[in-house]
Design a protein around this ligand. Structure first.
Ligand SMILES: [Zn+2]
Length: 172
């Protein structure tokens, strides 16, 4: 898989994806906030530049919003088959763009972020599975893995553009 277009400076090879979540309905787990609004979960698709260009990383972010229906969670098989279709699940012409950093240590800068405006709707019971069934390790007393997100950071001098505009200012 790879991503290109959308004003990205070249082609980026997709290397992995992961999710961030909070703690059930009580704590939203998205790492980005839009006008203060956070979502229950956020999917990240990481992509590396194929030609050694700078920046070298591009991340796609997709919000996951809870729907009111009750799904039939069939563990990871259902989830992964759903994720394979994620690219067509959101309007890829509607997104925010900024130059930021990784959200895990060492939080290196130089990441092109693309955050899609349209969330993907997932039933609340499936969202709750993350904070109620995933453990930090395999010991009997392992705590649940919850709140797997970095706190929203100050924007400093960053310019966040909407739609297809090209960012004009680099992060300091
Ligand atoms: Zn992430």
């Amino acid at each position: 898989m790879y991503v290109e277009g959308g004003d990205l400076p070249g082609l980026f090879n997709s290397t992995q994806f992961h999710l961030h979540w909070g703690n059930g309905s009580a704590t939203p787990g998205s790492e980005h906030a839009v006008n203060g609004k956070r979502y229950p979960m956020e999917l990240h698709i990481l992509n590396e530049a194929g030609n050694g260009s700078d920046p070298v990383l591009s991340v796609l972010g997709i919000f996951i919003e809870a729907s009111n229906d009750t799904g039939k969670p069939e563990s990871w098989k259902t989830l992964t088959s759903y994720l394979a279709q994620i690219a067509s699940a959101v309007d890829r012409t509607k997104y925010y763009r900024y130059l930021g950093s990784l959200t895990t240590p060492n939080c290196d800068e130089g990441v092109i972020w693309t955050i899609f405006k349209d969330p993907v709707k997932v039933s609340q019971d499936l969202i709750d599975l993350f904070s109620t069934t995933v453990y930090i390790n395999q010991t009997t007393n392992s705590p649940l893995m919850t709140n797997t997100f970095r706190a929203v950071q100050p924007i400093y001098g960053r310019i966040v553009t909407s739609q297809v505009a090209v960012p004009k200012l680099l992060a300091s």
